[in-house]
Design a protein around this ligand. Structure first.
Ligand code: NAD
Ligand code: ZN
Ligand code: ZN
Length: 365
């Protein structure tokens, strides 16, 4: 089975044949139809996201169940599934209080990049390989925990639905679940990439009056308009905080979202938020990066600063809900896919991401 493996930071990813064991108890093997290319995959390559290597990349995938292990009940062979990079255990404290994206098992799998029992199904020349979030979707097939495979309707176009596995769930979920944007609101989104464009379209669905897109890349700002942005700010030319204040009549935005992963942009998003407003941090900066906030102003301005992990989602509810919105013509997925790649072209896909060419690049199998 062919897979894209990251062996060393800042080196080309190797596409090679690897050995894959069959699914054990509570696991399923999925034949991938598509895997989106997320900035978090690139961050593994650059070392911003310090995962143990070697690691099969990819955490935004959809495919068809090919084989199920002992005891698997929720899916059977032939089922179309979208993969969730949070595998909910259903029983930990966070699952019990309904904060499923914070599940202890999900956190364990994202850290170890191994199966729940701490072992790997992937090997190369006698060496174990990790798999991103225990998925590893940049591969022809993936053996994943049963609860990571979310069944979707038979006629779902999996080549587009793969994006619901990360970018769409994260961006739209940040709006619906984390911020709970209300109709008539003013919203600013920093970063109009795969995740940010989804925060933009999520805000439109939520009934925001103004949706301001901030990016440094002109084509991204054009794309943002297609996803419903009412205003754009080119941060390479204008000062974003000043521009957002001007657009919102001096107040600042009710909700701001940072979908880049930069200290400066997080500080700007916080500053561009109005008194009592909500600033949501989605972007992942390097571990150890700190942000500076004016301590005197924190109590005076009563702003809420919240993180957003996987759109604060409950994947088994929210993935089908987003697919339903797409089928109802209210959520754009087709327009997100601006280029498709073969698995062999994965390094090209990362280069294109660095150059900011695509809304989303998608690897098709
Ligand atoms: N919190 C989560 O659960 C979660 C999930 C997925 C991705 N992420 C993170 O979200 C971030 C975005 O991911 P993505 O896949 O959308 O990336 P992307 O590369 O598609 O988009 C990033 C965008 O930011 C823009 N940008 C770069 N520098 C900028 C600046 N100084 N000012 C304004 N815009 C700037 C780029 O032009 C690009 O359009 C990454 O940090 C990723 O790791 C977080
Ligand atoms: Zn992602
Ligand atoms: Zn749990």
């Amino acid at each position: 089975m062919k897979a894209a493996v990251c062996y060393e930071n800042n080196q080309p990813v190797r596409v090679e044949d690897v050995e894959q064991e069959g699914p054990r108890q509570g696991e399923v093997r999925v034949r991938l139809v598509a895997s989106g290319v997320c900035h978090s995959d690139l961050s593994v390559v650059t070392g911003v996201l310090p995962l143990q290597l070697p690691c099969v990349l990819g955490h935004e995938g959809a495919g068809i169940v090919e084989e199920v292990g002992e005891g698997v009940r929720s899916v059977t062979k032939g089922d179309p599934v979208v993969l969730s990079w949070i595998t909910p255990c259903g029983t930990c404290y966070f699952c019990r209080i309904g904060r499923v994206s914070l599940c202890d098992l999900g956190a364990q799998l994202n850290t170890t990049c191994l199966m729940p029992d701490g072992t790997s199904r992937l090997h190369k020349d006698g060496q174990d390989l990790h798999s991103f979030s225990a998925l590893g979707t940049m591969a022809e097939t993936a053996v994943v925990p049963e609860n990571a495979a979310v069944k979707v309707p038979e006629d779902t176009p999996l080549d587009k639905a793969a994006l619901v596995g990360c970018a769409v769930m994260t961006g739209v979920g940040a709006v619906f679940n984390t911020a709970k944007v209300t109709p008539g609101s003013r919203v600013a989104v920093f970063g109009a990439g795969g995740v940010g464009l989804n925060a933009i379209q999520g805000s439109v669905i939520a009934g925001a009056e103004q949706v301001i897109a901030v990016d440094v890349n002109t084509p991204k700002l054009e794309l943002a308009k297609g996803f419903g942005a009412t205003h754009t700010v080119d941060a390479s030319k204008d000062r974003p905080v000043k521009a957002i204040k001007a657009i919102t009549g001096g107040l600042g935005a009710d909700y701001t979202f940072e979908a880049i992963g930069r200290k400066e942009s997080i500080e700007q998003a916080h500053a561009a938020c109005r008194k009592g407003g909500t600033c949501v941090v989605i972007g992942m900066a390097a571990y150890g990066e700190l942000v500076s906030l004016n301590a005197f102003l924190l109590p005076l301005l009563e702003k809420r600063l919240v993180g957003c992990w996987y759109g604060s989602a409950n994947p088994h509810l929210d993935i089908p809900r987003l697919i339903a919105l797409y089928r109802a013509g209210k959520l754009k997925l087709d327009e997100l896919v601006t280029r498709t790649y073969k698995l062999d072209e994965v390094n090209q896909a990362f280069d294109d991401m660095t150059r900011g060419v695509n809304a989303r690049g998608v690897i098709l199998f």
